[in-house]
Design a protein. Structure first.
Length: 270
């Protein structure tokens, strides 16, 4: 059952993206089935029925001009801000778009599913949450929830007011570089958190061991193979098809199985 959003609530999907990357520079424009990775992501999430607008949150650096050009070409909005202070960049995008609810994605996850986005928005409203995620709980040892979805299909849904609140309060750059970290990684339980689990209609998605993100050459190799296999038959193939493809082919699964995931709370000062 679809939960109606509150009257006047504008739901804006933000995509954090930049050309710089420690492990795979320029990854967001690397080709997947002949199209830039970021373009593939935008094409997919545009199918989400509950989203009112999309805005690219990128940096003021010269090498990110190419991302702005792509945004203009695709007809989506963009905001340019600090490279290191991701929280201020995202807050700027939220203010510019006049969002009431933010759906946060990162530009290196080209397999995010539009149906999942819609279902998580419904979950957010039904539970009257301040913040909902299906993967970001892995970054906090203070959030008593387990990630059940693969890496790389992460979606965040949060109140714009909560994000703007932490933007005013948080000063540590080590925390600000992880935009929403201060919402879910805290002891005071100020915000009501919702963990979206891979159960029910998402039971087949329950493969937390899989990496569907693009952060390393190994990740890119795997995602490229997925697109080469599935894209010709359906340019907007369901994410579940990709999961089934990997689960049923151990040679695919092994491509990036040894890549170590960065965990924020282990790297960020208290």
């Amino acid at each position: 059952m679809v939960i109606e959003k509150k009257k006047g609530h504008k739901i804006v999907l933000t995509i954090e993206a930049r050309m710089a990357s420690t492990r795979l520079p320029g990854k967001v424009l690397k080709p997947l089935a002949g199209e830039p990775l970021l373009k593939q992501l935008i094409s997919r999430v545009r199918q989400a029925k509950r989203v009112d607008a999309i805005i690219l949150a990128t940096t003021t650096r010269k090498n990110d001009d190419a991302l702005v050009s792509l945004a203009k070409y695709l007809g989506i909005d963009y905001f340019r801000g600090s490279e290191e202070d991701v929280l201020s960049r995202l807050a700027g995008a939220v203010n510019q778009s006049e969002a009431d609810v933010v759906v946060g994605l990162t530009g290196d996850n080209p397999l995010v599913d539009p149906g999942l986005i819609d279902d998580m928005i419904d979950f957010y409203y039904k539970g009257n949450y301040d913040y909902v995620s299906n993967t970001y709980m892995q970054h906090s040892n203070l959030w008593d929830a387990e990630r059940t979805f693969p890496l790389g299909v992460g979606v965040q849904v949060c109140k714009a007011s909560a994000l703007l609140e932490i933007d005013k309060e948080v000063t540590e750059i080590g925390i600000r570089e992880h935009a929403t970290f201060a919402i879910y990684h805290r002891n005071d339980k100020r915000y009501k958190l919702g963990a979206f689990e891979a159960v029910g209609k998402y039971k087949e998605w329950n493969h937390p061991e899989l990496r569907l993100t693009v952060d390393t050459p190994e990740d890119y190799k795997l995602i490229s193979k997925i697109f080469d296999d599935l894209y010709p038959e359906d340019q907007l193939f369901p994410t579940l098809d990709a999961i089934r493809l990997i689960v049923n082919d151990t040679s695919l699964k092994s491509i990036n199985s040894r890549v170590e995931q960065k965990i924020v709370y282990k790297e960020t000062p208290a």
